[in-house]
Design a protein around this ligand. Structure first.
Ligand code: NAP
Length: 274
């Protein structure tokens, strides 16, 4: 694959994304003469924008709400992107778009950093959207035997269970999903806003269970802060974001980014150390 002519992040909204911060730090550290640009794209414009980017020989990332649509626009996809049904990383070869999904391995790395080992055997997950599908694919690849999904729209949870029958079960009652869980994952956007309810009340979490919130921002979510205060190992989605971005970089350039440079950029932007 030849070096990308341009590097972009497509989403809506994207203005507050942290990805340009750490991707540009990695590009500068590698001496690559490229800027990673965040572009706000309306859903109706995605096809035309991707077509133009393919003509330019671009590569990049795709975020909310375009991951499933981008999947449809790619000529070839990796096996893991096919399994999730979504693309978060793309590149151009011979004028055609190719897609991958690095959220899956990004999630696996974030879990490893939190629990200090492989995927736990029983995961309780709130939410059944695109991020939840990446968690299911990660569990299927790893040693996790079961993902117990509690979601407000049962039909969406059931559709996910039908796609991942070996690992996913649907639990209308959140307490049943939480029973004996070795990891609790928030795969809803709850926590993005300061007045959001917690995905699961802290007192309902099994004692000491690790908690991974996929939501991220400049500050940790209140749920993560409260869970840690109650004795749970807890992390928000920042590490998963950086891990998926590092894997995307590797896909585009064929070598790993400078992780220290990425961490420094995040620390200077948010005050947080990974
Ligand atoms: P999505 O496809 O829209 O799915 C969201 C899920 O959350 C759906 O099951 C939805 O239920 C549920 N939900 C939404 N609002 C809710 C509420 N108020 N109460 C209960 N459930 C609610 O979104 P997504 O792409 O999966 O993203 C979910 C979150 O993960 C986002 O905050 C995103 O930023 C984050 N994420 C983080 C990373 C990372 O690298 N850290 C990667 C991917 C995603 P309905 O079907 O009923 O709407």
């Amino acid at each position: 694959m030849s070096r990308p002519a341009r590097l972009v992040l497509l989403g809506s909204p994207v203005a507050h994304s942290l990805s340009p911060t750490f991707q540009n730090a990695a590009l500068a550290s590698a001496g690559l003469p490229l800027r990673y640009e965040a572009i706000d794209v309306a859903p109706s414009a995605l096809g035309a924008v991707l077509g133009e980017l393919a003509r330019e020989g671009a590569a990049g990332n795709v975020t909310v709400p375009h991951k499933e649509a981008a999947f449809e626009h790619c000529s070839t996809r990796t096996e893991v992107a096919d399994r999730v049904g979504a693309v978060n990383t793309f590149w151009t070869e011979d004028g055609a778009l190719h897609g991958d999904n690095t959220d899956v391995a990004g999630f696996q790395r974030a879990v490893r950093a939190l629990v200090g080992g492989p995927m736990p055997s029983r995961i309780a997950m709130i939410g059944a959207g695109g991020a939840a599908a990446a968690v299911c694919a990660a569990a299927e690849q790893g040693s996790a035997s079961e993902v117990r999904i509690a979601a407000r729209t049962m039909a969406r949870a059931e559709a996910l269970a039908a796609r991942f029958p070996r690992v996913v079960g649907v639990y209308p009652a959140v307490d049943a999903a939480l029973e004996d869980a070795a990891l609790v994952v928030n795969a809803t956007p709850l926590g993005l806003r300061a007045d959001d309810a917690f995905p699961v009340a802290i007192e309902r979490l099994p004692a000491d269970v690790p908690v991974l919130d996929l939501v991220y921002g400049p500050d940790e979510t209140q749920w993560v802060v409260a869970a840690r205060a109650a004795g749970h190992p807890a992390a928000d989605g920042l590490r998963m974001l950086v891990e998926q971005g590092a894997l995307s970089f590797e896909r585009w350039f064929g070598f790993a980014p400078d992780r220290e440079a990425m961490a420094r950029a995040i620390a200077s932007c948010t005050g947080r150390r990974l």
